[in-house]
Design a protein around this ligand. Structure first.
Ligand SMILES: *[C@@H]1O[C@H](CO)[C@@H](O)[C@H](O)[C@H]1NC(C)=O
Ligand SMILES: *[C@@H]1O[C@H](CO)[C@@H](O)[C@H](O)[C@H]1NC(C)=O
Ligand SMILES: *[C@@H]1O[C@H](CO)[C@@H](O)[C@H](O)[C@H]1NC(C)=O
Ligand SMILES: *[C@@H]1O[C@H](CO)[C@@H](O)[C@H](O)[C@H]1NC(C)=O
Ligand SMILES: *[C@@H]1O[C@H](CO)[C@@H](O)[C@H](O)[C@H]1NC(C)=O
Ligand SMILES: *[C@@H]1O[C@H](CO)[C@@H](O)[C@H](O)[C@H]1NC(C)=O
Length: 587
């Protein structure tokens, strides 16, 4: 870096000493521009040809000058400033960004404020690219330089100390003026020959000693510079003054508004032992002398206060208000913190607002998972159980259809079931459309169990050749059967058929493979005459209730229940047919 400056310095020296540098393409060959400033004020030098000076050097009349198109230099980052100190004995030295009161930005060197020590001779070098439209023939980039002499005058010398306003606040929406401060300090001034700049650019069509704003807008803020000429000691000087304009609104009348937490006594869920960030978002109305106080503190039950570690997270500035996002840190949340109040305090010149946050222990996520998981599991188990309970019969039948072992093989029994029912008197059968127990036992049972599901039934009337002793025959047949189906009805319990039931019970007690299937065909009352064993059996054995027309279809719940109690037979080809799940329970 240093060597670069050395080379530049050498270059500049050569230019200045020998004067053999081709400047014909540069905006101006006139070498020196003289400026006067007042000490203690903000001041700007542009690396640009001042219009004010240009008019004078070229001896243009006022009219000519105002019609001259100002040729601003399109500045680039290649601008470099050099300074020779006041007495002119030292060489030019590059100005570096190590003076606290001097900065260079874009094409300008800014002094805030300018002091006597800043007097002296300045040079700025710039890579100049002529306007390609106007000077198309030589639109080659070239190195140009400007020499500027700055003279800083003591402020006391000027007669206008009090009236100088280098900083102006303009109320948005109002009508106002921006006066050129230097003008008031000079008595003998042509008040119509001022050049104005705003933010380093020529402010067009403005030649008066003030800029007149009909209505102030926010965008009118900026750095304004006004120049005029003065002839002193047979030399023309450019007198320059800077006005910093800020556009503002009226001071707020309201206390700070805390946007977040949204309400007082806000409860925050926290985990013990974890760090915590407390957030507070506050909106302050505009104040010209903005001096906010923002604090996060913690208050225990005895109202002892303690400030927390805190900082600004972000600040959003708008014209009428600014929002400050302010945060506090807690390294670790302790049990004690659950009993304390965390308070965000905000104050402006109008007053203060606070918001209190209370901490509450958060139930661990793990805990919630366990609760949730357990509930789901329980519900699933319950639902599965209910399903199995309701459809047990169908599940078993389904299982048998595909899997179960045929239990009829090798037991040397002839019948799957012996059907026991009350024999009928012929004159009972008055209504053929009404299904009585006789036709149930003799017609429907064989039709469904034998034809459809392939069981072998024994019906006394049908399958036993008459002649033998009734009781012996019955016992013999029951022994040859795997099941005894009893069609219970009032007539059954009062008829001799009860003997069959009794015999079946006695035989079942000896033969494990013999089982009873009780079908409650119609409601009946147990009579006292019934044998004790029969009463016991009626009380404990499973009973299937006949529900007349609802039970008739072979795939009804009734038949499913009957089949459930029938022996397991692998007649898949017949069993599977017409099988359907009904949501009812066997009874
Ligand atoms: C400038 O122009 C005025 C008339 O417009 C003339 O009187 C004066 O001599 C000129 N000065 C120079 C330095 O050319
Ligand atoms: C001006 O220069 C003098 C000596 O050269 C020095 O003592 C003083 O601190 C300087 N003042 C500023 C404001 O730089
Ligand atoms: C410098 O230039 C940038 C971009 O053109 C502009 O935004 C900024 O306001 C300029 N700074 C000054 C002090 O003029
Ligand atoms: C004009 O020059 C003289 C001596 O050269 C000097 O004393 C005087 O202060 C100068 N006037 C101004 C206004 O600078
Ligand atoms: C936060 O910003 C405000 C407003 O700019 C300022 O007054 C305050 O000192 C800052 N506080 C901290 C801790 O940075
Ligand atoms: C906050 O404002 C209230 C009135 O609203 C006042 O009593 C209190 O003293 C203020 N607190 C502080 C710390 O200024």
């Amino acid at each position: 870096m240093f060597s670069l400056y050395c080379i530049l310095f050498w270059l500049v020296r050569r230019i200045l000493v020998k004067g053999d540098f081709d400047l014909s393409g540069c905006p101006s060959t006139e070498s020196t521009w003289r400026y006067r400033a007042r000490s203690g004020e903000k001041f700007l030098l542009f690396c640009d040809v001042p219009r004010q000076g240009l008019c004078h050097k070229r001896n243009l009349s006022k009219k000519q000058c105002s019609s001259t198109v100002y040729q601003g230099i399109s500045y680039s980052s290649d601008i470099q400033w050099y300074k020779q100190s006041q007495n002119g004995l030292q060489p030019y030295a590059a100005i570096q960004n190590n003076h606290p009161h001097i900065i260079w930005e874009n094409n300008s060197l800014q002094f805030s404020p300018v002091g006597f020590n800043d007097s002296g001779s300045y040079i700025c070098t710039i890579k100049y690219k002529p306007n390609p439209v106007k000077e198309s023939r030589k639109s080659k980039e070239m190195n140009c330089f400007l020499k500027i002499i700055l003279e800083v005058q003591p402020k006391e010398k000027t007669p206008c100390m009090d009236s100088v306003k280098n900083e102006l606040y303009l109320l948005i929406g109002s009508t106002d003026l921006v006066p050129c401060p230097a003008v008031d300090c000079e008595g003998n001034l042509q008040r119509e020959d001022i050049t104005w700049y705003k933010n380093g650019q020529l402010y067009p069509n403005q030649r008066k000693a003030y800029i007149d704003f009909k209505e102030i807008y926010y965008e009118d803020h900026g750095v304004y510079v006004c120049d005029y000429n003065q002839f002193v000691n047979s030399t023309w000087w450019i007198i320059r003054a800077v006005v910093e304009v800020k556009t503002i609104v009226k001071n707020t009348l309201s206390i700070p508004i805390i946007l977040d937490p949204t309400h007082d006594m806000f409860t925050l869920e926290v985990e013990l032992g974890k760090p915590l960030i407390l957030e507070c978002k506050i909106r302050f109305g505009f104040e010209r002398n903005f001096n906010p106080v923002i604090k996060w503190y913690v208050e225990d039950a005895k109202l002892n206060k303690e400030e927390l570690k805190q900082e600004n997270k972000s600040i959003i500035k708008q014209v009428e208000w600014e929002t400050i996002h302010y945060i506090a840190y807690l390294k670790k949340v302790t049990k004690k913190d659950l009993l304390r109040n965390f308070i965000c305090f905000a104050q402006n010149s109008v007053g203060n607002s606070t918001r209190t946050i209370k901490l509450k222990q958060k139930r661990g996520v793990f805990f919630i998972y366990i609760i949730f998981g357990t509930t789901i599991t329980l519900v699933t188990i319950l639902m599965t159980s209910a399903f199995i309970y309701r459809y047990w019969v169908e599940i078993v039948l389904l299982y048998r259809t595909y899997k179960a072992k045929d239990e009829t093989l090798g037991d040397r029994k002839e019948f799957d079931a012996f059907v026991s029912y009350a024999k009928q008197d012929s004159f009972d059968n008055l209504d053929p459309s009404f299904l009585n127990e006789g036709s149930f036992a003799l017609d429907l049972l064989p039709k469904v169990l034998e034809k459809k599901y392939g069981y072998t039934l024994c019906l006394f009337e049908r399958d036993v050749t008459p002649g033998g002793a009734y009781t012996e025959d019955i016992v013999k047949i029951i022994k040859q059967s795997r099941r005894v189906i009893c069609v219970l009805s009032p007539r059954y319990v009062s008829s001799p058929a009860v003997f069959e039931l009794q015999a079946a019970i006695n035989l079942a007690l000896q033969d494990q493979t013999l089982k009873l299937i009780l079908i409650k065909f119609s409601p009946f009352r147990e009579t006292d005459s019934l044998p004790h064993r029969v009463k016991q059996a009626l009380a404990v054995l499973p009973t299937i209730t006949w529900r007349s027309s609802k039970s008739i279809p072979p795939n009804s719940r009734f038949w499913n229940c009957v089949r459930y109690h029938m022996p397991v037979k692998n007649r898949g080809d017949l069993e599977g047919k017409g099988f359907k799940i009904f949501p009812r329970i066997c009874s």
